[in-house]
Ligand binder design. Structure first.
Ligand code: FAD
Length: 380
């Protein structure tokens, strides 16, 4: 890696939002470098939905077809009663999404998506093993200090550093995110055991019980060879120090056992399952200050029940790139204002509905989310 002393734009964090911001800003011709604390990324067992709103951004990045080849294409998002199996809603996706919303709706392994995003970036623009530890705004730039001892100055800094963002802390002060009172279990199920049940599993289905407890289950590969579930369960507190801990089939049985046979088959096919606390923050009253601004979970973390958290991070990246392109980097203050004006209402609305866990439980029109085009939407 070449030594860099100054860059125009530093993106902190190469997660789903940061990697998208780096790709779009590089494509727009900016001098951008992305700094990531992890030494490398691994394929953790988790899936993710990517809506048509964000596939349009991947079209611009040049990844839409590749992701559409890898991911599964649900024809519907079904909501079903977890005990009786009764259908509560059938939200058309598949060809309907392509035609009505302008791009496919896919469900995909998060690691596969992220690997494609990182591979699409020039190697000399992503710097792993760079954990930002200090940041100081000076008259003409921002000085960043990393745990590996490097110091780099940037004209502007974008905080895509997730829910525990150091950039957010710098702008708004130290404050731990709030435990939301909910946890989720995540598992890739054993496909042989799942197939042995003889049941036909829908590509994307959310099973619901009282108190909005749920199991969201979906395929993460186009050929149906991988199937994943994530739950939502209210739990009073998270007593663990770790970000996630092991769970077990027995625990799944204790919470969801005795339900519909398809849910039972999911539990029976569970071998490795982890559980995660869901953290939260209220909407922030400041998205940027001076030469620093926030995007994604650093700015508007949410419980994951609308499957749009990363999508909002990637939409932020697209809109911020458009704003900087329009104003030029010299007028970053104006760009940050337009960015916040364009993003605030939409991100806050998604954050609120996602936290409420009501999305698509009953028939509703999701066009305001999926038909939105962040590449052409009016800038605020
Ligand atoms: P992150 O993905 O958290 O990335 C932040 C990056 O910054 C990380 O790589 C981190 O290592 C790095 N970093 C942090 N601090 C530093 C530092 N000091 N220096 C350098 N690097 C640093 N969203 C969807 O759109 N669809 C879904 O289906 C979906 N399902 C979900 C299911 C679950 C169970 C959960 C928990 C979330 C889900 N989400 C989903 C939400 C989504 O995962 C997040 O909203 C998304 O990852 C946020 O992206 P981000 O880039 O803002 O932050």
């Amino acid at each position: 890696m070449t030594t860099i002393d100054t860059v125009d734009i530093a993106v902190i964090g190469a997660g789903l939002g940061g990697a998208a911001a780096a790709a779009l800003l590089i494509d727009a011709g900016f001098d951008v470098h992305c700094f990531e604390q992890a030494p490398e990324f691994t394929r953790l067992g988790a899936g993710i939905h990517i809506g048509p709103n964000v596939m349009k951004i991947f079209r611009k990045i040049g990844l839409e077809d590749r992701l559409a080849d890898i991911g599964a294409h649900p024809d519907f998002w079904f909501s079903r009663d977890g005990t009786t199996g009764e259908y509560l809603s059938r939200i058309p996706l598949g060809d309907h999404a392509k035609k009505e919303y302008g791009a496919p709706y896919i469900t995909i392994h998060r690691g596969d998506l992220h690997a494609e995003q990182i591979d699409a970036l020039p190697k000399n623009r992503v710097h792993f093993d760079h954990r930002l530890t200090e940041i100081e705004e000076r008259d003409n730039d921002v000085l960043m200090t990393f745990a590996n001892g490097r110091q780099i100055a940037a004209r502007i800094v974008i905080g895509a550093d997730g829910i525990n963002s150091l950039l957010r802390e710098k702008l708004l002060g130290k404050e731990r995110p709030r435990y939301s009172g909910w946890i989720g279990h995540r598992a890739l199920v054993n496909m042989d055991k799942l197939r042995a049940s003889g049941l036909e599993f829908e590509t994307c289905v959310k099973w619901w019980w009282e108190q909005s407890r749920h199991v969201m289950a979906y395929a993460t590969k186009r050929d149906g060879s991988e199937y994943y579930y994530v739950t939502g369960v209210p739990v009073d507190n998270w007593p663990h120090e770790e970000g996630f801990v092991d769970s077990s089939r027995e625990e799944m049985e204790a919470i969801f056992g005795g339900g519909h046979p398809m849910v039972q088959a999911l539990i029976d096919a569970t071998e490795t399952v982890t559980k995660w606390p869901f953290w939260n923050r209220d909407p922030l009253n400041l998205w940027s200050r001076g030469r620093m601004c926030l995007l994604g979970d650093a700015c508007h973390p949410m419980r994951p029940h609308m499957a749009q958290g990363a999508c909002m991070a990637i939409e932020d990246a697209a809109v911020l790139t458009r704003c900087l392109t329009e104003t030029g980097i010299g007028d970053y203050a104006n760009a940050f204002d337009i960015y916040e004006n364009t993003r605030r209402d939409r991100a806050t609305k998604v954050q609120t509905i996602s936290n409420a866990n009501t999305w698509l439980k009953e028939p509703e029109d999701p066009a305001w989310v999926y038909a939105y085009d962040p590449m052409t939407a009016t800038l605020g």
